[in-house]
Write a protein that binds this ligand. Structure first.
Ligand SMILES: Cc1ncc(C[n+]2csc(CCOP(=O)(O)OP(=O)(O)O)c2C)c(N)n1
Ligand code: SF4
Length: 274
């Protein structure tokens, strides 16, 4: 636990600033919550490896002054799996966009969850492909407009929390960039958890999703996160079951962690040889 004052500059690579995100993009708030979580946990920067794919969200790996790998779209979790198996002492954190995590990377997501490998997946859900110009993603939802759905998409969307739960993730939480302090607290718990942890953070893309779906500017989109979400089990759900629930949905400390199970198999094999 670190009680010293947080200074953003201690955790970023100044040479990569100013950042490339659009004015009002929510991704910078996610970065702020993540760095505060790392600071409050008192982690050494050398203990952390950030692995990302490609996307506006994935730019986080360039901005943080930790070990970092900026890899291939959809493959961040597979790279992180390799890192974690060879260096299990490192804290592996993987920030991903909803497209990165659940379209091209969907297969890696469910299998990392199934294995319960000790990685923290942060899904920065802006419901669109931001970096490539606003194509719809598996999180856009029916009836939403995108560059590739000018007459609205007919695709059903995923529920990230339900998917992570059923695939076997042992820590699953959801918050939003409006609730930046709550998001930081969930990130702290996820990073401290031994096993596969998923934190879904709703974050606005005013440039594409907001503009195409007439959701207003960044401030109005953030206001939407305040009014359209509630804590798990809130009484407000009785009147409006469509409200999105925030909170910690799974926290299971019993299931074996993959790297530890792998080490014990190696030990058994070595004994057999001897
Ligand atoms: C293998 C591969 N396929 C497609 C792309 C093009 N591409 C780059 S980023 C991206 C989508 C980004 O959307 P998302 O992951 O939701 O992140 P965001 O930019 O919204 O933060 C795509 C399709 C790529 N770089 N590599
Ligand atoms: S395109 Fe969207 S996701 Fe990408 S930086 Fe701009 S606002 Fe953020």
């Amino acid at each position: 636990m670190n009680t010293s004052e947080f200074n953003f500059k201690d955790y970023v690579r100044a040479r990569f600033f100013p950042h490339m995100w659009c004015p009002g993009c929510g991704h910078g708030i996610v970065l702020g919550s993540l760095l505060r979580a790392v600071h409050e946990l008192g982690l050494d920067k050398n203990e952390i490896v950030i692995t990302s794919g490609i996307g506006c969200s994935s730019r986080i790996s360039g901005y943080v002054d930790f070990h970092s790998l900026h890899t291939i779209h959809g493959r961040a979790l597979s790279f992180a799996t390799g890192v974690k198996l060879s260096q299990p002492r490192l804290k592996a954190i993987v920030p991903m966009g909803d497209g990165d995590a659940l379209a091209i990377g969907g297969n890696h997501f469910i299998h990392a969850a199934r294995r319960n490998i000790d990685i923290t997946a942060i899904v920065m859900n802006n419901r669109i492909y931001g970096m490539t110009g606003g194509q719809f993603s598996p999180l856009s939802g029916q009836g939403k407009k995108a560059t590739t759905a000018p007459y609205t998409t007919i695709d059903n969307n995923f529920d990230i929390v339900e998917l992570a739960k059923s695939a076997g993730a042992t820590f699953v939480a959801r918050s939003t960039v409006f609730h930046a302090v709550e998001a930081k607290d969930y990130l702290k718990q996820a990073i401290s958890h031994k096993g596969f942890s998923v934190v879904e953070l709703l974050t606005q893309c005013p440039t594409y999703y907001g503009r195409k779906n007439k959701e207003g500017d960044a401030a109005q989109m953030m206001e939407g996160y305040r009014t359209n979400t509630v804590k798990i089990g809130s009484k407000k759900l009785e009147k409006n079951p469509n409200l999105i629930q925030r909170g910690i949905f799974v926290h299971d400390t019993e299931k074996p962690e993959y790297c530890e199970a792998y080490d014990s198999i190696i030990e058994t094999a070595m004994k057999g040889k001897a």
